[in-house]
Ligand binder design. Sequence first.
Ligand code: SGN
Ligand code: CA
Length: 515
Amino acid sequence: MRNKIISGTLLFPFIISCTGKIQQEKPNVLFILTDDHAMAAISAYRSGLSTLAPTPNIDRIAKEGAIFQANYCCNSISGPSRAAILTGKHSHKNGFMRNGNQGFDGTQQTLPKILQANGYETALIGKWHLVSEPTGFDFWTILSDQGEYNHPDFITGKDTTRHTGYVTDIITRFTKEWLDKRDKEKPFFLMMNHKAPHRNWVPAERHYRLYEHTLFPIPENYFDSYDNRVAASKQEMNIYRDMYEGHDLKMVTGTDSDTLLYDPWPHVFIDRITPEEKARFFEAYRERNNDFFSTPRTEKEIAEWKLQRYLQDYLATIKSVDESVGEILDYLKEKGLDKNTIIVYTSDQGFYLGEHGWFDKRFMYEESFVMPLLMSYPSEINPGTEIKGLTQNIDFAPTFLDMCGIEIPEDMQGQSFRPLLGGEIPESWRESLYYHYYEYPGFHSVKAHYGVKTMRYKLIHFYEDNLWELYDLQNDPNEMHNIYGYPDMEEVIQKMKKELVRLQEMYEVPKELCE
Ligand code: SGN
Ligand code: CA
């Protein structure tokens, strides 16, 4: 039963085929996926740092379409989030539960495979991070593992080639080249997967000095003491304690020095650039680095200085991503593809920009759990639409299938959020989300946990230590007060536990993965 419309209205255009039959013209899908782009670093969100975020082009997608306020991942880490996007299933079902070398099972059903079988041409350009070779794509060229910021290697089915230039620019160029040479008779599904703004936040040379003189607001919980939150107190992702001074913060050994401070991490980003590029890199940071050495600072001031350096580089890498999005949006407009293309901008997960003192992700706390999501499609989404319903990365696959008029397989666990695109939340829409993070032991030492989130509350279980946390997001949006065990919260706790069990049963989470 192909081409069945599951929900929503048939608003997209029709074409007459060569056999004279009227066919529904299927929309193209351009899926722009960045790596670690926090919601607070997109100006359209008007929160956190966003007034200083360099994202006028990314914002265009929201202006012309929708901005999602409550879109979440099911497991806040790269490979697992990408696997959930491709399959529409939680990690325990698609088998990719943690980053690492186990490899995605590419023989299973995926969104690109279904689209391909329904006449789509499919392509993947940029970060993949699922170890095994991509399947379901007519064309792919991927970064090796995390990829490099400068002169990166790209892997294709045939070879591995080093390309000269800055990774974001190269991915943009490859994307345009593929769009130029694609089969114009077919609709397309294209994933443009940027590396930026992933660690270690190396900006394009033209943006080294972009935020040189900017002082960013310091989150009110930057010096969090993690009272009553054991797992939060044991992580290793603290900006002032765990960031590498050379690799991450680009700090040097002294005044006028061109040597990065030693840390246990190889300085690959420096080793890959030419001596001339290296000289320009140190030159661009010199004034700031010299200023650091010439001013005596307290520990607190050093911690704040590190946060500023981190944010300067993080947002400068986003500037290139925004330029990339601008170029691609202009390209689609120029070629007349803007009207019939569903354009999506999102990130594999959220990210900490100093909240709780952190960088990185993994926790079910809001900043890393929430994913930015902007989406335009003129025939179904009105400009400036705001979407407040709870959506999740497992919903992408069923949503695109729905919008492309293709039947949604029953075993997909996500739901099509097409009924939300008008801006209202239908009564039958979900009221809670399930989350499950598995990667412990692992980088940054975040203990495994699962949990449930409703619009108001969040219940988390760090199950290996049997520690529970409850947050009232309405009164405590920064999640500083764990109110689990408070007698007046007993009723809420019981309700949330019941909901958690309901979700674990519905999604068929094996018991042995919860202990
Ligand atoms: C790298 C990073 C880590 C990060 C993981 C996973 N270190 O190992 O900080 O948590 O990737 O990130 S780095 O210095 O090598 O960049 S993920 O987004 O791919 O899941
Ligand atoms: Ca990521």
